[in-house]
Design a protein around this ligand. Structure first.
Ligand code: NAP
Length: 309
C-alpha cells in the first residue's frame, strides 16, 4: 500500500464509513481495520472506493502494530462500552504508539465531556476516562467534540413528534444546543487526520447552534405546519427519572433509554455546551443548517417513496 495512509477503526460503522470516504475524496490512502469475521458485503462500498480492508483483531497488538506501521494518523470511530472504549481502543492506542503513528483521534465525537459532571453521563465518562490513557501514551492526539449529531433529530427521533407537531425539551426554551451532521463531522475529521500542522488536543465544532424554538421554527418552515416546543419538565426532574430508570437495568446496552436522557440533560443544562468553536480552522468546509438538513431529509423521504415499485 501507499507509504502514507490513514487507518480507520470502526469503518464499518455510520461515522467511520463517512470518514473513510472523506479521506478518499481528499486523495488520501485509507486502511479500514475491521473485525476478522466481517462479511465482505459490509465492506463492499469501502473496497469499491479503493479503501484497503484489513481484517484484524483489535486485541492482537503485534498484528495491529504491523497493520498500523506507516500510518500518518489513526482515527477511532469505535462505539461500545468499557470493553470497546477502554479495552479495544486502548489496544489500538498501544499499537499506534508501537508503530510510531504521529497522531491519534479517539472516538469521542460528543458533547463537551471536559465540562460535564462525572456520573452524569455513563458514555461520556468512558471517553473522559480514556483520556488519562491518551495523556500517558506520549502520542499526539486530537479529540473532536461536535455536540449532538443532527441526524438524530430526523427519522424516528424521540425529540420531534410529527403527529402532534411538538418538539420536546426540558429546562428552558432559550438554552443553546450544538448540532453537527455526521457528514460535516466526517469531513472535519478527515481534515484533522491529514493536517500537516500540529493539531490541538481538543477541537470543537458545530454545524448549527440554536435553541428549541429555533428547531421548532425550522421544522415549521419545512413542513408548513406550526411546530411548538413542548416542555417535559426540569433538568432536575429528568435527572431523577434517569436514576430511577437505571435501577431497572440497561447497564450492558450502549443506548438504553436513560442514556439518551443523560445526553438530553447534559445538553439542556448547558453542561455539555461547546463554548468556542473551531469550525474556521478549515475555512473551505461547509456547515449544514438545521432547516436545510430537515428539508434534505424530507426531500429524500419523498423521492424514496416515489421510487417505491
Ligand atoms: N454526538 C452524537 O450525537 C453521537 C451520536 C452517535 C454516535 N456518536 C459517536 O460517534 C462515534 C461513532 O459512532 P457510530 O454511530 O458511527 O457507531 P456505529 O455505527 O455503531 O459503529 C461502530 C463501529 O465500531 C466497530 N466496533 C465496535 N466494537 C468493536 C471491536 N471490539 N472490534 C472492532 N470493531 C469494533 C463496529 O464494528 P462492527 O460493525 O463490526 O460491529 C463499527 O464499525 C462514537 O464515538 C459515538 O459515540 C456520537
Amino acid at each position: 500500500m501507499n507509504s502514507r495512509f490513514v487507518a480507520v477503526a470502526g469503518a464499518t460503522g455510520g461515522l467511520g464509513q463517512l470518514v473513510a470516504m472523506e479521506l478518499v475524496t481528499r486523495g488520501m490512502a485509507v486502511k479500514a481495520l475491521v473485525r476478522p469475521d466481517t462479511a465482505p458485503s459490509r465492506t463492499e462500498k469501502l473496497r469499491n472506493a479503493g479503501v484497503i480492508i484489513a481484517p484484524v483483531d483489535l486485541l492482537a497488538v503485534p498484528a495491529l502494530t504491523s497493520e498500523l506501521t506507516g500510518a500518518i494518523c489513526v482515527v477511532s470511530t469505535l462505539q461500545g462500552l468499557k470493553d470497546v472504549i477502554h479495552t479495544a481502543q486502548g489496544k489500538l492506542l498501544e499499537a499506534s504508539v508501537a508503530a510510531k503513528v504521529p497522531r491519534f483521534i479517539p472516538s469521542d465525537f460528543s458533547l463537551d465531556f471536559t465540562k460535564t459532571k462525572i456520573g452524569s453521563n455513563r458514555n461520556l465518562d468512558l471517553r473522559r476516562e480514556f483520556h488519562a490513557e491518551l495523556k500517558n501514551s506520549g502520542i499526539a492526539w486530537t479529540s473532536i467534540l461536535n455536540g449532538g449529531f443532527m441526524d438524530l433529530m430526523v427519522g424516528d427521533s424521540p425529540m420531534i413528534n410529527h403527529k402532534s407537531h411538538k418538539v420536546a425539551y426540558i429546562g428552558s426554551t432559550t438554552q443553546l444546543l450544538d448540532f453537527t451532521t455526521m457528514a460535516d463531522t466526517a469531513a472535519y475529521t478527515a481534515e484533522v487526520a491529514i493536517d500537516p500542522k500540529p493539531t490541538p488536543n481538543f477541537l470543537r465544532i458545530a454545524s448549527h447552534t440554536l435553541d428549541v424554538k429555533g428547531i421548532a421554527q425550522a421544522q415549521t418552515n419545512v413542513e408548513g405546519v406550526t411546530y411548538k416546543p413542548s416542555w417535559m419538565g426540569t433538568v432536575g426532574s429528568m435527572e431523577f427519572m434517569i436514576r430511577v430508570m437505571r435501577l431497572f437495568g440497561g447497564e450492558n446496552d450502549v443506548f438504553p433509554a436513560w442514556q439518551g436522557m443523560q445526553y438530553m440533560a447534559n445538553m439542556f443544562s448547558g453542561a455539555g455546551k461547546l463554548d468556542s468553536l473551531d469550525n474556521s480552522r478549515y475555512p473551505h468546509l461547509n456547515w449544514t443548517k438545521v432547516q436545510d438538513f430537515f428539508q434534505e431529509h424530507k426531500d429524500k423521504k419523498c423521492s424514496d417513496k416515489n421510487s417505491w415499485p
